[in-house]
Design a protein around this ligand. Structure first.
Ligand SMILES: NC(=O)c1ccc[n+]([C@@H]2O[C@H](COP(=O)([O-])OP(=O)(O)OC[C@H]3O[C@@H](n4cnc5c(N)ncnc54)[C@H](O)[C@@H]3O)[C@@H](O)[C@H]2O)c1
Length: 289
């Protein structure tokens, strides 16, 4: 059933790059593609440094690292990524129109049997499945950040998704060392992010109301609820821009004022304070962090 040899990852940002690396580590040939040359260069540098560190730490043999890197390609050439590809993993920005555009673009080069897996954090695949030739081959395969480390992957059974697509994606997730969770029906945010959103929404509300500081909110959640990271620290890691866009997309769909991003998110978004990736978010990230 699992006849996957070549995988293309579309979008080489925080998630795409690490998903591509994880997939190559487990024996697949991977093309990691982005529209931006500078993102591809940064992704390739990150990957090179990461493999070097694994060798230095004795976690990977040099020969093995060379073999993995020989089957991991970074490219801005979509035709190269899409030709003869068996599985496309989409990790572009969490905006329906952007996802549709990215999927339609690669669909021009892919063979009939290609499966499309979206890494969206929230958006169900039925909202963009019509961007490709066969919507029954499109589903959500949701990895968590950092994708090289986090074991859980959500695999979502939309009504439009064929059984074969679902089973193949599930088996693929297992084959790359993940521990997939079946989500039986489509729902915005799936399981994990619905629960995480409830937590971050409340954390942002408490911050906006001046009830407690950033540090104290995180300290309380870690100390009393046993979480290893506080909700605001986690938002800095996943990206305030991502969270802002998620709320804006939800607001555009629902029109509900309560779906607007909290002030502490919109203000930081407007200042370009996206979290760790920009050096500042709820916390500041200097060289020492
Ligand atoms: N950041 C997280 O913690 C996290 C966790 C799980 C899932 N996700 C999901 O993963 C996806 C990507 O998130 P991210 O944080 O990696 O975003 P990111 O902003 O770091 O990367 C997105 C990349 O997509 C590229 N891109 C945009 N349009 C493209 C196109 N048409 N073709 C190719 N590349 C294109 C951009 O140049 C950018 O490099 C989103 O759907 C997000 O919801 C993110």
């Amino acid at each position: 059933m699992l006849n996957i040899k070549k995988v293309a990852v579309i979008g080489a940002g925080i998630m795409g790059n690490q998903i591509a690396m994880q997939t190559a580590i487990h024996g697949y040939t991977v093309y990691c593609y982005d529209i931006k040359k500078e993102i591809i260069e940064a992704a390739e540098n990150f990957s090179r440094e990461w493999f070097k560190k694994r060798i230095t730490k004795g976690k990977l043999q040099e020969e093995e690292a060379v073999q993995i890197q020989d089957r991991l390609f970074f490219t801005t050439d979509l035709e190269q990524a899409g030709t003869n590809v068996d599985l496309v993993i989409e990790a572009v920005s969490d905006i329906v129109a952007v996802k549709k555009k990215a999927l339609a673009a690669i669909d021009a080069y892919t063979p009939e049997h290609t499966i499309y897996a979206s890494n969206s954090s929230y958006i169900v695949s039925s909202r963009f499945a019509d961007a490709v030739k066969d919507p029954s081959k499109v589903l959500n395969l949701h990895f968590f950040n950092p994708a090289l480390v986090m074991k859980i992957v959500e695999v979502v059974k939309g009504e439009h998704v064929s059984e074969e697509t679902f089973e193949t994606a599930f088996a693929f997730a297992e084959s790359i060392g993940k521990n997939p969770v079946k989500v039986e029906k489509e729902i915005y945010g799936f399981v994990v992010n619905r629960i995480f959103s409830a937590l971050t929404r409340e954390a942002c509300y408490l911050l906006d109301q001046g009830i407690a500081s950033v540090q104290d909110i995180d300290k309380a959640v870690k100390g009393a609820l046993g979480h290893s990271m506080g909700p605001l620290e986690t938002l800095d890691m996943t990206g305030i821009d991502l969270e802002y866009n998620v709320y804006m997309e939800k607001f555009r769909t629902s029109g509900e004022p309560s779906d607007r991003p909290a002030s502490c998110l919109s203000e930081r978004y407007a200042r370009g304070e996206y979290g760790r990736k920009s050096g500042k978010g709820f916390y500041e990230y200097g060289k020492e962090t």
